[in-house]
Design a protein around this ligand. Structure first.
Ligand code: FRU
Length: 479
């Protein structure tokens, strides 16, 4: 049995043994993708090919607090019904022995090209920053969304430019004007986070072109993404090492985007870093263009190296973390807006309305939409332990001690509020301000199946729906 077959069988056996107890957890998510068992982090290889959406993710099934990373794989035709297809990418080569790290997909002629970082940690007394680590760029072709070819090693640390530490990773690939481009995140020897741009004629032989940087803005930039929205180009990164402020950069690490002024292939500069999400749990997002021309983003609902990794109560129940809803990205005056794709509205069941001050009972999965908000202040509460308040041009998200499991308050500047949407899953809440001008995502662990919501302030309409769940199939492959 090859290493690949051995690991995939081990994963299937482990899932068979532990999936039932995870599935029985009342905090199990109903319309967010989560790991079948164990740990999940970044969304990877996002694409749509022949009508099928592919959502890969960093997956560590055996270790609920994170361990060796593989790629798990969900597919869906309609973003409502999903099938889990196991872990097609596992650590079976010398060049990815310590992790099939994050990467992306590029679709061409019904073929998916998957690019990722093969992580290697040599045994010995190393700092794993300057010495002891290998960051290999690897390509794997996937035919018809099912048949995964041989892994091809494209670049090693030797092939990256001078002046870098061994932290180089997370290739994101696209094609423009007949040329393939790739961005990778990196940490320089002077502890500056940057993004590297490579170009290629064939998607295999890559040439380094230039770096993107923004002065002293963190020591490492992870998970870069470069794309066009409206007339502008944007560079999304997940920087590590920013200084915490009261209303910005409040988590251990951040993720956000710069607007690129000029042509990214030539003279340009990065402007106006804006965080994607101001909640407690959001990191390492990735976008892709679907077959309808929508730019869709998924983020990881989690945060590396944060205390919550240990206080999240689902750890005891054998799983941890999730992906955000798929969010459609649109551009308005140089800023990006994020909003759940229209498919999510199809999960809405019967509609209720509510008025200011009224307590309305609902279930643990609901969607609340408040429009025509005006006045100087506004607030919404889930009485089981979460409140959102807007006043003095600031929004704050507060969680109770019991439901927050370590999370207390997050804030963001917001000059005006006219629309608010709260999408709540059993133990995860996404809050969209002004149709996605700002977003806050958090885990939230209230007891029981019942939720009570209430708002105060002026709104012309307040609609509330119970939500249906995704249908997720886990076909068992017989050995
Ligand atoms: C971001 C990240 C990536 C890396 C992956 C490993 O969360 O650290 O940079 O490829 O996770 O799981």
């Amino acid at each position: 049995m090859s290493q690949k077959e051995f690991l995939q069988k081990k994963i299937r056996d482990y899932e068979k043994e532990h999936m039932k107890s995870v599935a029985e957890d009342p905090w199990r998510l109903r319309f967010h993708l989560m790991p079948p068992v164990g740990w999940l982090n970044d969304p990877n290889g996002l694409c749509q090919c022949g009508g099928v959406y592919h959502i890969f993710f960093q997956y560590s099934p055996f270790h609920v607090k994170g361990g060796d990373k593989f790629w798990g794989h969900y597919v869906s035709k309609d973003l409502k019904n999903y099938t889990y297809l196991g872990a097609p990418l596992v650590t079976d080569q010398k060049f990815d022995a310590d992790g099939v790290y994050s990467g992306s997909a590029w679709v061409e002629d019904e073929k998916i090209l998957l690019y990722y970082t093969g992580n290697v940690k040599e045994k010995g007394d190393f700092d794993y920053i300057h010495k002891g680590r290998g960051a290999n760029t690897v390509l794997l072709e996937c035919e018809g969304g099912k048949y995964f070819g041989e892994k091809q090693l494209l670049m090693t640390n030797e092939d990256y430019p001078e002046g870098l530490t061994q932290h180089v990773r997370d290739p994101k690939v696209w094609k423009e004007d007949g040329i393939y481009y790739m961005v990778q995140g990196a940490r320089k020897n002077n502890d500056q986070g940057i993004v590297l741009l490579f170009a290629s004629e064939d998607g295999k032989a890559w040439e380094f072109k230039k770096e993107f940087q923004s002065g002293a803005f963190g020591y490492m930039w992870e998970c870069p993404d470069l794309f066009q929205a409206g007339k502008n180009y944007f560079l999304s990164v997940s920087p590590q090492g920013l200084k915490r402020e009261e209303k910005r950069y409040q988590n251990v690490y951040q993720s956000g985007y710069f607007r690129i002024r000029g042509d990214y292939r030539g003279e340009c500069r990065l402007e106006d870093f804006e965080e994607w999400d101001y909640g407690f749990d959001f990191y390492a997002p990735q976008t892709f263009l679907d077959e309808n021309g929508r730019r869709i983003l998924y983020g990881w609902v989690g945060m590396p190296d944060a205390e919550e990794e240990y206080t999240n109560p689902t750890v005891e129940r054998g799983w941890q973390h999730a992906l955000t809803l798929p969010r459609e990205i649109t551009e308005k005056e140089g800023r990006l807006y994020q909003y759940p794709v229209g498919e999510i509205q199809k999960l809405r069941k019967e509609q209720q309305t509510l008025t200011a001050g009224e307590e309305k009972e609902t279930h643990s999965c609901f969607d609340l939409e408040l429009t025509g908000i005006c006045g100087e202040a506004f607030s919404v509460e889930i009485l089981e332990g979460l409140s959102v308040e807007w006043k003095d041009k600031t929004v704050s998200l507060s969680l109770s001690k019991e439901a927050g499991a370590g999370r207390k308050i997050r804030m963001a500047e917001l000059d005006r509020l006219n629309e608010l949407r709260v999408v709540a899953d059993t133990s995860l809440v996404e809050i969209y301000f002004n149709h996605g001008e700002k977003v806050m995502t958090t885990r939230f662990y209230p007891e029981g199946e019942k939720r009570t919501v209430r708002f105060s302030g002026e709104a012309s309409e307040a609609k509330l729906w119970d939500m249906d769940g995704f249908v997720v199939e886990y076909p068992q492959k017989e050995d």
